[in-house]
Design a binder for this molecule. Structure first.
Ligand SMILES: Nc1ncnc2c1ncn2[C@@H]1O[C@H](COP(=O)(O)OP(=O)(O)O)[C@@H](O)[C@H]1O
Ligand SMILES: [Mg+2]
Length: 243
């Protein structure tokens, strides 16, 4: 099971948008079951998921104190990827998420405010010794500042070779719990998310191989048989509906 976190100290950079899109794309591409977690108290990703008709990816409600146990449970249920959305602040929650994540995706708008805020996220991730990938998000096509932002960010870490452009379908698709791929699978936005996931999947796999060869002598042994994702992580959240 791979664990990917989406983090940035800047609000509005695209954390929730990319968390949902990455999770759905991985699921669509056959790399599921995928689970999402929302560690932002604002709960935007949870709200989006509650609007969804499709049951996958599954939503796993968690908290800082339960994070490790819940990840273990997802792993034992056969979940292959967990995508975690985070708050735009340096909190205990974000530090715990970074501690369990194998890769941190940092969405950054090509704007001076986002670029200035990037340092705080980089420090946080670097202190935890985790790999980070910047993803330029909401870029204006052919704008010079996108190119300049990529250069500026590359001084601090890896920049994904895929830029997500500013398009209204990224916002409109999420209103009713969908993604751009589900709105228009042949559209430009869907194409960008496909490319982004393909790049991230590759990065995760490379990191994983490095970790496995370094730390797990029993690789190659049969793993615990995967059970289907159980009702524990089913559709809920609304306390009135019951757990
Ligand atoms: N590529 C994009 N194109 C158009 N709108 C976007 C794009 N990415 C994000 N947005 C919009 O920007 C706003 C902030 O995005 P969001 O994902 O909620 O950021 P964060 O979670 O980092 O605060 C939302 O209204 C979202 O719909
Ligand atoms: Mg958010």
């Amino acid at each position: 099971m791979r664990v990917l976190a989406v983090a940035s100290q800047k609000g509005g950079s695209g954390k929730t948008t990319l968390s949902g899109h990455i999770a759905v794309q991985a699921q669509l591409h056959g790399e599921g079951p995928v689970a999402i977690m929302d560690m932002d108290p604002q709960g935007s990703l949870a709200d989006w998921w509650n609007e969804r008709e499709a049951s996958l990816p599954v939503f796993a409600q968690t908290s800082v104190s339960r994070l490790n146990n819940d990840l273990e449970q997802l792993r034992s249920q056969g979940v292959k990827l967990v995508v975690i959305d985070t708050p735009p602040a340096i909190t205990v929650a974000i530090q715990s998420v970074i501690a369990v994540a194998e890769l941190i995706v940092v969405p950054t708008r090509p704007s001076p405010h986002d670029l200035r805020a990037a340092g705080a996220t980089v420090d946080l991730v670097e202190r935890a010794g985790k790999p980070l990938v910047f993803v330029l998000n909401a870029a204006t096509p052919r704008a010079k500042i996108t190119f300049e932002a990529a250069i500026a960010l590359s001084q601090h870490g890896t920049v994904a070779p895929v830029t997500i452009h500013h398009r209204t379908d990224f916002a409109s698709s999420m209103i009713d719990g969908r993604t751009v791929m589900e709105l228009d699978p042949k559209g430009k936005s869907a194409g960008e998310i496909r490319e982004l996931w393909s790049y991230l999947a590759d990065r995760l796999e490379k990191n994983f191989r490095r970790t496995v060869f370094a730390a797990r002598p029993n690789v190659g042994q049969p793993v615990q048989a995967a059970r289907p994702v159980a009702a524990t992580f089913g559709r809920r959240i609304n306390a009135a509906e019951g757990a």
